[in-house]
Design a protein around this ligand. Sequence first.
Ligand SMILES: [Zn+2]
Ligand SMILES: [Zn+2]
Length: 468
Amino acid sequence: MDDPMYFGVTTKDAKELLRAEQSGKPIPAGKFDFGVDAVCAGCREFIRPPKKISRCSACKAVIYCSGQCAKRHWTCSHKSLCSHNKRHMQRLLKTQNVLKSFPWGRLETDGTFNLDIARGRFSVLGGSGYGYWSHRGGTAPHAVEGFETGASSAPYGWKLSPEFIPYRDFSKNEGRRPLLVTKFDGGVVDWDSWYRWRKIPKISPAALLMNFPMSVYHMLVNCLKVTSPNAGCKSRRVNLNFHLLGVEVELNFVPLFSELALLLPFHDIQMTLVGPGAQRLLDKAKNHPSSIAIRCFSSPSSPIFTYSAPAACGSSTISIYLSTTTMWTPDTYPTLDALVACNAGLVSYHNWLSVISAASFMHLPFASTEYMEPTAEYQRDHILTLLKASGSELLEDPAINHPIELNPFHCPGQRAIPMFRLPNLSNGFTVVVHKTPEGERRETSDELDAAMKGLFWELFGSDVLNCR
Ligand SMILES: [Zn+2]
Ligand SMILES: [Zn+2]
């Protein structure tokens, strides 16, 4: 799936769709379909003619090849999940409408969105050499490929027509500079408002990458409330220091996180990228002198990317660092305001356990995004059980203190999973793992820090060391 021939064929098909649309006769989904082959949730076999696809009649979320399979699946597991699925399926219309609001937002017959076809329309589908889009398409959504993002200009990184690019350098594009965000009517609250604020048309595929920096913004400002666009002013700048954990695909478009400096006026932001992906990028960078990561070798404490927003946008700064350790540890705790992670899979990966516990013990705000609501709920319940077992104080109502919500800046379009039709989106749902009371900065004291760090290493030290 990840070879140049696949990218070539997909791009050709995408261009054919585009040409048909431009001629005023768009090809309907049924005629030229990029949906996935359905798989029965009961017997796990592909459903091919003469077998027909049927769905659970109650929730409409699960696919079967026969009544027999549906019946068997009901008794063994679906019975307890069906009513939850029904609740989660209520989001489907909303997420489909978000996709349809983009001119390239083609819904296939199975309700999924083919991201490769969308990228093919703009000739940005492929492996390395595609600027910010240098992560592979197809079956490898997490691959780290990019090295060229550092010094590159926005047109070089985006590889799109100038009118589709959300510029960060306005010296040559003064007319494209967004309004000081606090003066923007209604604020930047969803894709519609972001595109308007950024003065780009919705035909631009920018949201397909910008969902990462915008999700980070949304988690910091709306889920964790560690800061806000109104928090600073000319005479009182705000320091914001946070870690983005478990980075993978984000490493291909690091400069796009400069958006935070435009969205948060009068801030000085420090963002550190942590995770095995960062480590792999460093290893690869040894043979790629043009990589932004190479800066870490000359001075590990210097940022790999910096940006200063224009005075008219609030003159914020952002410095982005690459952590040289693969596992997150609480060593930087006293100066840290929050932890965030994109598409984390909190219970899927063992390594999150120490981070979740540390965030709770240390009252460190932590939020993540997840692909699906049911897994997010399962994760939350699992986390609460873990925290209870480790003696953490539990807040009364998990739904209030650990809310799960649809992320307004999710990547448009349903991801393809052959057995289910539940809303399933990159950066789809936000989960609050730990939050401090609104407006309160975390209390720090040397004594507490030392005690918490001691506890962390006692509980997780061997885990952390073994994973290195
Ligand atoms: Zn079956
Ligand atoms: Zn059902």
